[in-house]
Design a protein around this ligand. Structure first.
Ligand code: NAP
Ligand code: GDD
Length: 360
């Protein structure tokens, strides 16, 4: 039996790790590209490597999106059926501090991969998935954003991803490569990086519960997002490449919540009542009611959420919600995990991580 081969860039990240698991379950041979780091960066995929049944189907290669020679070498060796380009400097806030680096990795990095497919003569064999983003919509031009909505990127991250979106389309049209964009709205999980807002809240709250921290410091808590679960969404990425032709798809839950709603529901899930005071930069949340037997480290009146202006962005995308009609219809997809299940899963996982850390 001939197994399909896939390359995943960004395999050490949130989405890369879930997609690797998903493809291995589908009997793919998976080749992940990880970058060299001075500290361990494989914690999200170590469990795959350590699984003796999967070890001989999962291979890691050192590589960087900016090192086109190595990318070409890996692609030439593996001759993959599918490439999923998940690698990126993916933090919107950080992209304002690192605009040049973000632009190179996210834009030229994507071009390097497409060019490598072409240089290796794999235009007819290798399908290419580009991790496009709802950040492309930025200053929204339509209430719910679909594949037809005009883009208006508002950060170096979003502009770099705009280049990547178009170069993917260009290679599709110019060289007949099966190259598709998945325009994914925010998706989270217990594997989300700790500096993204949902995880910052769930890990911060878990540390407060165990008495390791007193408050969570945030920026714009009125920002609205369409949050799904990464495990759900990587299945979509795969479906995008199984569609009969290359195309672009919006992937979203079509439901919108504020950061403040997310915070309130995290506390609610744990049975802790908070109340908001003040306005703008002076807004904060205090604990009003909780079970002191269950949470001995908490105190009534503790200020658990504070606003800090350093977490505001120079140009904010404060309102995103998707229209995923096309994906639902053509790819027969709909998200399975709702925001309450997502919150539960993230908090339970973070409480366990923090609990274990207190035992060391
Ligand atoms: P993530 O957790 O930040 O993962 C990014 C991955 O890229 C990591 O494995 C990282 O390596 C790797 N990477 C960074 N720079 C690299 C470089 N120069 N060369 C090679 N690898 C590099 O991001 P994610 O949430 O999984 O998102 C996956 C992709 O989807 C990204 O392209 C992101 O922009 C896009 N996206 C994400 C969302 C979302 O809500 N999560 C929504 C839309 C689009 P290290 O582990 O060493 O840092
Ligand atoms: N990170 C962060 N930290 N965001 C905060 C904070 C904070 O302390 N306080 C408020 N926010 C607000 C941000 O200003 C933003 O409006 C919202 O929370 C979500 O921020 P992030 O979780 O950092 O995600 P993002 O929407 O900017 O970007 C993510 O989703 C994109 C898809 O729309 C990333 O995963 C991108 O890679 C992805 O493309």
């Amino acid at each position: 039996m001939k197994f399909k081969k896939a390359i995943i860039t960004g395999v050490t990240g949130q989405d890369g790790s879930y997609l690797a698991e998903f493809l291995l379950k589908k009997n793919y041979i998976v080749h992940g590209i990880k970058r060299k780091s001075s500290s361990f960066n494989t914690s999200r995929i170590d469990h795959i490597y350590e699984n003796k049944h999967l070890r001989n189907k999962f291979f890691l290669h050192y590589g960087d999106l900016l090192d086109s020679n190595t990318l070409t070498k890996i692609i030439k060796e593996v001759k993959p059926d599918e490439i999923y380009n998940f690698a990126a400097q993916s933090h919107v806030g950080v992209s304002f501090d690192l605009p040049n680096y973000t632009s190179q990795v996210n834009s030229i990095g994507t071009l390097n991969l497409l060019q490598a497919i072409k240089d290796c003569g794999l235009e007819k064999k290798t399908k290419f998935y580009q991790a496009s983003t709802s950040e492309l919509f930025g200053e929204i031009q339509e209430k719910k954003q679909s594949e037809k909505t005009k883009f208006y990127p508002k950060s170096p991250y979003a502009t770099s991803k705009l280049f990547a979106y178009w170069i993917t389309k260009n290679f599709r049209e110019s060289y007949n490569i099966f190259a598709s964009n998945g325009i994914l709205f925010n998706h989270e999980s217990p594997r989300r990086g700790e500096t993204f807002v949902t995880r910052k809240i769930t890990i911060g709250l878990s540390k407060i519960i165990y008495g390791l921290e007193k408050s969570i410091y945030l920026g714009n808590i009125y920002s609205l997002r369409d949050w799904g679960h990464a495990k759900d969404y990587v299945q979509m990425c795969w479906k995008v490449l199984q569609y009969k032709k290359p195309d672009d798809f919006v992937i979203a839950t079509e439901k919108q919540y504020s950061v403040k709603f997310f915070i309130e529901n995290c506390f609610k899930y744990l049975g802790i009542k908070i109340k908001w005071f003040g306005k703008g930069i002076n807004e904060f949340a205090k604990i009003i009611k909780f079970d002191d037997k269950k949470y001995p480290k908490l105190k009534k009146g503790m200020i658990v959420v504070k606003i800090n202006k350093k977490y505001f962005r120079p140009n904010e995308v404060d309102n995103l919600v998707g229209n995923a009609t096309k994906a639902k219809k053509l790819l027969k997809w709909k998200p399975k995990i709702n925001i309450y299940q997502l919150i539960k899963e993230m908090i339970d996982a973070d409480l366990e991580i923090v609990r274990k850390s207190t035992l060391i």
